[in-house]
Design a protein around this ligand. Structure first.
Ligand SMILES: C[S@@+](CC[C@H](N)C(=O)[O-])C[C@H]1O[C@@H](n2cnc3c(N)ncnc32)[C@H](O)[C@@H]1O
Length: 286
C-alpha cells in the first residue's frame, strides 16, 4: 500500500473512533424529535444508530467531533437540517409491502368512485423512495382501467433525498422486489447502461405528485379532503402523544366514508371516535 493510501485509510479509521458522548446523543436525538417527531430514547441500539449515521456527515463536512457537527447543525440552514433529517430517518420500503392493503384498496375503489365520481384523491403520507405510491398507482390502474384517470395521488415525505428518488421513479433490480414480472413489464421500462434500471412509465408517473410534507406540522391544511390516506410504517417512530396528534390531523383531512390505512403493526394506539376499524390497520371515517 502506498503512503498516501495508508494515510487515507487511517484518516477514515479515525472517524470510527470518534466518541459520541451521552450529552451529545441527547442533543442530537432531542433535535430529531423536535424536527421530525422521531423518538430515539437513549438505548445502546439508538446510540449505535445515531453514531453510525451521523459519522457519515462528519466525513462529508470533514469534522473531527460530534461537538463540531452540533455547532454546524445549530447554525442551521436548510441543507444542513435536511441532511440531518435524512440521515436519521429509516426509509425501508418495497412494492406491495403488506399487500393485503392493496387488495383492500382494489376492492373499495369502484364504490369510492361511484360515491365521488368527479375525482378520487389518495395521499401517501410517508412515501419514502416511492415504491408505495407507485404500487397505489398500479393498483388503481388495474382496478379502474380507463377511470384511473380520475384518480390523483399525492406522495409526501419529510426526507428530501428519498423524495427526489421517488419523483425520478428509477429503480435498480434489487429495489423492484415485490413487483411481479408481469406488472414490472407493464408499468416500468427497462433501461440498460452498465446495469439494468427500471423507469416508471409516463402514464403511471403522471398520476402522482411528489412534495415534501412533515407530519409534525401542527395542522394539515389541504384544499380538498382525501378519499384514502396511506400512512404506513412511520407512526412506529413516534411516541404515543405524537401518534395521537398525527392520527387526529390525518382524520381531519379525510372525507367522510374515506379510508385511513396504517402499517400492520401500528393499529394498537388508534382510538378515534370517527374511525371505524375495517380490517387489519384499515379504518373508515364515519
Ligand atoms: C419505514 S419508511 C415507510 C415507507 C412506506 N410508508 C412503507 O410502509 O413502506 C418511513 C418513512 O417515514 C418518513 N418520515 C419520518 N418522519 C416523518 C415525518 N415527521 N413526516 C413525514 N415523513 C416522515 C421517513 O422519511 C421514511 O421515508
Amino acid at each position: 500500500m502506498t503512503a498516501v493510501k495508508k494515510e487515507a485509510v487511517s484518516f477514515i479509521a479515525n472517524f470510527e473512533e470518534i466518541n459520541l458522548t451521552d450529552k451529545m446523543f441527547d442533543k442530537l436525538s432531542k433535535h430529531m424529535y423536535e424536527l421530525a417527531g422521531v423518538d430515539l430514547p437513549n438505548t445502546s441500539k439508538n446510540h449505535a444508530l445515531i453514531r453510525n449515521r451521523i459519522v457519515k456527515l462528519l466525513r462529508r463536512h470533514s469534522l473531527k467531533s460530534y461537538e463540531e457537527y452540533w455547532a454546524l447543525l445549530e447554525k442551521g440552514g436548510p441543507q444542513i437540517t435536511s441532511e440531518f433529517i435524512s440521515a436519521l430517518t429509516t426509509n425501508m420500503t418495497s412494492f406491495y409491502r403488506e399487500s393485503s392493503h392493496f387488495d383492500f384498496l382494489s376492492s373499495v375503489l369502484p364504490t369510492l368512485l361511484n360515491k365521488f365520481p368527479a375525482e378520487l384523491r389518495i395521499w401517501c403520507a410517508a412515501a419514502s423512495t416511492g415504491q408505495e405510491p407507485y404500487t397505489i398507482g398500479i393498483t388503481v390502474n388495474e382496478a379502474l382501467q380507463a377511470n384511473a384517470k380520475k384518480v390523483r395521488i399525492l406522495a409526501t415525505d419529510i426526507d428530501l433525498e428519498v423524495l427526489k428518488k421517488a419523483s425520478a421513479g428509477i429503480y435498480e433490480e434489487r429495489e423492484m422486489q415485490g413487483l411481479s414480472p408481469v406488472l414490472r413489464q407493464k408499468y416500468f421500462q427497462s433501461q440498460k447502461t452498465k446495469e439494468e434500471y427500471f423507469r416508471a412509465q409516463d402514464d403511471l408517473h403522471s398520476m402522482i405528485r411528489f412534495a415534501p410534507f412533515n407530519l409534525m406540522n401542527p395542522k394539515f391544511e389541504f384544499q380538498h379532503k382525501f378519499h384514502v390516506i396511506f400512512c404506513r410504517n412511520v407512526l412506529i417512530y413516534f411516541d404515543e402523544a405524537t401518534t395521537k396528534r398525527v392520527i387526529e390531523n390525518l382524520t381531519s383531512c379525510l372525507a367522510p366514508g374515506g379510508y385511513l390505512i396504517l402499517g400492520h403493526s401500528e393499529s394498537g394506539n388508534v382510538k378515534h371516535p370517527q374511525l371505524k376499524p375495517m380490517s387489519r390497520a384499515v379504518y373508515q371515517k364515519l
